[in-house]
Design a protein around this ligand. Structure first.
Ligand SMILES: [Zn+2]
Ligand SMILES: [Zn+2]
Ligand SMILES: [Zn+2]
Length: 453
């Protein structure tokens, strides 16, 4: 810290650090950018990292994982909130008239893979977990009953009543195929809406657009489920009125039928028969209104909250499993260990190769995106970032924020970037917290354990 403070370029470094908003693991780049006039080849602007502190430019990691970088995850959460909210009430380029379009908040869950310890709250208080007076013993001699009223932080929550009976195979295959099940659901939804309107699916596109924003959330038992905002617009997106027949009730019924209709078949492999997976029986569909029980604001907050949560919330790792890892030594819950082990086992089967289960074992098989939206839903995260960069920047010019979001139609940009490292020294961690007012980040794994940039 003292060395950093004494350097001649400390002020420059401090300004750059503030601009990164307290990122705990900035990426260090070396290189240069030249802006040329495409017609004449004249150099309009030249930037090189050689004049930056230490000769490198640092850019924010932009992770959505709060366990990695609280500052960038907060930015992601806030952007997701505005993105979802714009799709419900307008703003950020979406017309206000969108509030009148039928919209529903839908939760699609995973099926059961065996009884797990649960906490059920009812108006009268917390209910017993799995009370079965005449519970039979499972083949492993365990009574499949639990009369405890679990506390909210009980580590047993989500753990199977019998870990040996639990269907770990089904659980990780469901996670791996959930994005495909979602895709089939959206297709089936369009088919149901077309049928209700007496149109073909192609003709439906000329009358109606189905827009959605969704997030994946891990349940404690280690399977993903999805929360989604589904909205009906006119042709081309939120600027157009949906047809009069597109009502809340019609949307709810179409969602219900589509969710019940779709299945996905798992690949067949030696010792692992093919099976058909579908959504769980718990299906929640609620209309979103500006005034009612479920408001647009509540939904946007709810979705944004889940956008930064990842699988580590259910007791697994926030990094990939390496060949050198001994599964028995991983600092995870026993349930997560079994699920990780099942991913690694199925990952060796040729027939399962395309599910890339070994690679995504730390995510318990899920390799989808945490938050996605359809093209017409609202603005994009990229646009929100670009707006913020333009808003914040002026003095800092284009260089620091430019990497992923270029929008050059008037100039030719030639960039040469080289990755030279990532992260902060212990002294820089303290200085960054002091300069940006962000909390000190959690203890980090060593630099070589960071995998998702
Ligand atoms: Zn960061
Ligand atoms: Zn229990
Ligand atoms: Zn058993």
């Amino acid at each position: 810290m003292a060395t950093k403070l004494a350097r001649h370029d400390f002020r420059h470094w401090a300004a750059r650090t503030r601009a990164l908003g307290g990122c705990a693991q900035p990426v260090h780049l070396r290189g240069r950018v030249e802006h040329l006039d495409p017609l004449t080849g004249e150099v309009l602007h030249r930037y090189t990292t050689s004049r930056e502190p230490g000769g490198t430019l640092r850019v924010a990691c932009k992770t959505r994982r709060a366990s990695r970088c609280p500052a960038c995850a907060e930015t992601y959460r806030a952007d997701t909130y505005h993105l979802v909210r714009a799709g419900l009430v307008g703003g950020k380029g979406v017309p206000d008239s969108v509030t009148a379009h039928p919209a529903a908040f839908v939760t699609l869950t995973a099926p059961s893979f065996g009884p797990v310890h649960t906490r059920r709250e009812k108006p009268g208080g917390v209910q017993p977990c799995h009370p079965r007076r005449d519970a039979e013993r499972c083949p492993h001699g365990r009574r499949l009953s639990c009369t405890l009223r679990h506390g909210a932080e009980d580590p047993r929550l989500g753990e199977p009543l019998c870990p040996d009976c639990y269907d770990h195979t089904g659980s990780v295959l469901f996670n791996a195929l959930a994005p495909e099940l979602w895709r089939r659901f959206t297709l089936a939804l369009r088919r149901r809406l077309a049928k209700a309107a007496g149109l073909t699916v192609t003709a439906l596109g000329d009358a109606l657009t189905v827009s959605f924003a969704k997030v994946a959330e891990y349940q404690r038992r280690g399977v993903v489920h999805f929360h989604a905002v589904i909205r009906l617009d006119g042709p081309g997106g939120p600027a157009a009125e949906p047809p009069a027949w597109a009502t809340h009730d019609l949307l709810a019924e179409a969602v219900r039928q589509a969710a019940r209709a779709v299945t996905v078949t798992t690949p067949e492999a030696p010792g692992v028969p093919a099976r058909s997976l579908a959504w769980g029986t718990q299906l929640d569909i609620r209309p979103i209104t500006t005034t009612g029980e479920l408001t647009d604001k509540a939904v946007a907050g709810y979705i944004a909250k889940y956008a930064t949560k990842a699988a580590e919330c259910v007791g697994t790792l926030d990094r990939r499993i390496r060949a050198t890892d001994d599964p028995n030594d991983l600092p995870v819950s026993n349930h997560a260990r079994r699920l990780i082990g099942e991913c690694l086992r199925l990952g060796t089967l040729e027939e399962m190769a395309e599910l890339r289960l070994a690679e995504w074992a730390h995510m318990l098989g899920f390799r989808g995106h945490f938050s996605t939206k359809s093209r017409h839903y609202s603005t994009t995260l990229g646009q929100l970032r670009t707006d913020r960069i333009h808003h914040n920047q002026r003095a800092r010019e284009i260089t620091t924020g430019r990497l992923p979001f270029t929008d050059e139609d008037q100039v030719l940009v030639i960039a040469h970037w080289r990755y030279v490292g990532q992260g902060l020294t212990p002294g820089e961690v303290l200085l960054t917290a002091a300069l940006t007012g962000t909390p000190l980040p959690p203890l980090h794994p060593s630099a070589d354990e960071r995998t998702d940039l």
